[in-house]
Design a protein around this ligand. Structure first.
Ligand code: HEC
Length: 418
């Protein structure tokens, strides 16, 4: 019953998370579009008032006239619209989901028993939780320090972008070495998403508050606040598409179970940023199809890198079994790969998978079959042969190899052709 309530909480929190993210990203995309779509004001009166650009739009049966001021308007209205709760809600609900799902079951969601790094492969559950939190925190600290040191007065923003790109490849690589595949994708996305929310919380909003305060006091706001807010907003813009792709990849195990998943992740990040660049330029009136073309090319490279090959699948499976199985197989036993008969394969599945993948799972923490995959009977198993072979060969299942599946058993499933 407890697992059922937790699952329900998970569903509701995910609902909130997606809605907040849609609202936040939607608004952010809207403002970038608005900013880039501004044209010099037509009316002499507006020019005199200090209007820097304007945009006319029609939406929902009404006409809108947006104006942006070069510095400050003559008088600030009382009811200034601020945007920050969407960003905070997205982060808080996302973090809540991470706690509820990953940190509540670190043994099979966070720990990577197949890691090449022994310390990572042997993390206990609570250690993995601490490492995951430190990972997120250091992501922000390093990114923030880079911004402050490389381009403190926004004078080297190009170089900074390059450094952030290199950092993200490093984050992708480290996360796949340390954490289980799915968590690695999630945490890499979360490093970017945390930077986005923290940019709003620590820089953009406080900078705007200082600007408003100065204006109310009749002083000229410090231009650095505006410039810095812009710098961090620009980073956020390029993070949005990659973050969404990484979060969605979580539902596609072929992405994060691959041996080169960090390369796939990096390609996703660059592809997302390039595609975003196309829209940013388009709203400013420049059509540059080379950017999305390059983005699509990177996705195609990811498709090519990620295509399953017998070699890498077996390597991953071996690595994860080696690290996790304690009792089995003396070293001199040769692994004879042979196609197992249906009963034989089902016996393996029953032993290694059905504690979770049953109509009524016995494994603590599951109120229903995970991912809807039920493997109680041979018929049910036969309906999902390809999926079973993929997750077993890549070493993704059993999760964290918690039921200690052996190499022989993996080989039997790999060669089984019903
Ligand atoms: C400890 C519990 C547990 C065990 C044991 C386990 N699984 Fe899973 N399985 C899960 C969870 C949780 C998910 C959902 C993860 C996700 O959404 O990616 C899942 C997802 C799957 C999926 C869907 C993957 C996808 O891409 O959506 C398949 C197929 C699967 N498991 C097969 C197996 C097989 C075959 C075994 C035995 C070799 C096995 N599982 C053992 C917990 C388990």
């Amino acid at each position: 019953m407890e697992a059922y309530f937790l699952d329900f909480a998970n569903l509701l929190l995910r609902w909130l998370h997606v809605i907040a993210a849609v609202a936040w990203i939607g608004e952010s995309i809207y403002f970038v579009m608005l900013d880039n779509g501004l044209r010099p004001p037509k009316a002499a009166e507006d020019q005199r008032k200090g209007v820097f650009g304007e945009m006319w739009a029609v939406h929902g049966g009404g006409f809108y006239h947006n104006q942006k001021y070069a510095s400050a308007p003559e008088k600030l209205p009382e009811d200034l619209h601020w945007s920050f709760w969407k960003a905070y809600t997205t982060w808080l609900s996302g973090f809540g989901l991470f706690v509820l799902l990953y940190m509540a079951n670190p043994g099979f969601y966070l720990v990577n028993p197949g890691s090449d790094w022994a310390w990572a492969a042997n993390l206990s559950g609570w250690q993995a939780n601490v490492v995951a939190l430190l990972f997120l925190l250091s992501g922000w600290v390093i990114y923030n320090e880079m911004c402050k040191r490389i381009s403190p007065n926004m004078e080297r923003d190009g170089l900074l972008s390059l450094a952030v790109a290199v950092m993200m490849v490093g984050v992708a690589y480290l996360s796949t070495q340390i954490f289980a595949g799915r968590a690695a994708f999630l945490l890499t996305g979360a490093v970017m998403a945390t930077a986005m929310s923290a940019n709003v919380f620590f820089w953009i909003i406080p900078g705007q508050r200082r600007m408003v305060k100065a204006m109310k006091a009749g002083e000229t706001p410090n231009p650095i606040d505006g410039k810095r807010g812009k710098q961090r907003s620009v980073h956020n813009t390029y993070f949005t598409l990659p973050v969404v792709l990484l979060m969605l990849s979580n539902h596609y195990s072929f992405t994060y179970t691959h041996e080169l998943s960090w390369v796939i992740m990096s390609l996703f990040i660059f592809a997302g940023a390039l595609i975003r660049q196309f829209f940013v330029l388009m709203h400013a009136g420049h059509l540059k199809p080379a950017y999305p073309a390059a983005g699509v090319a990177l996705i195609l490279v990811a498709v090519w890198v990620g295509a399953p090959t017998a070699g890498n699948a077996t390597a991953a499976a071996t690595a994860s079994t080696e690290a996790a199985s304690v009792e089995e197989a003396p070293a001199d036993t040769e692994v004879v790969a042979q196609g197992g008969a249906l009963e034989e394969v089902h016996a393996i599945i029953t032993e290694r998978c059905v504690s979770c993948h049953a109509q009524n799972p016995e494994h603590a923490g599951f109120s229903a079959a995970p991912a809807g995959v039920i493997l109680d009977t041979p018929e049910q198993m036969l309906r999902q042969v390809d999926q079973i072979k993929q997750v077993v060969a890549s070493g993704y299942m059993p999760l964290g190899n918690i039921t200690q599946m052996t190499d022989e058993e993996r080989a039997k499933i790999a060669d089984w052709s019903p």
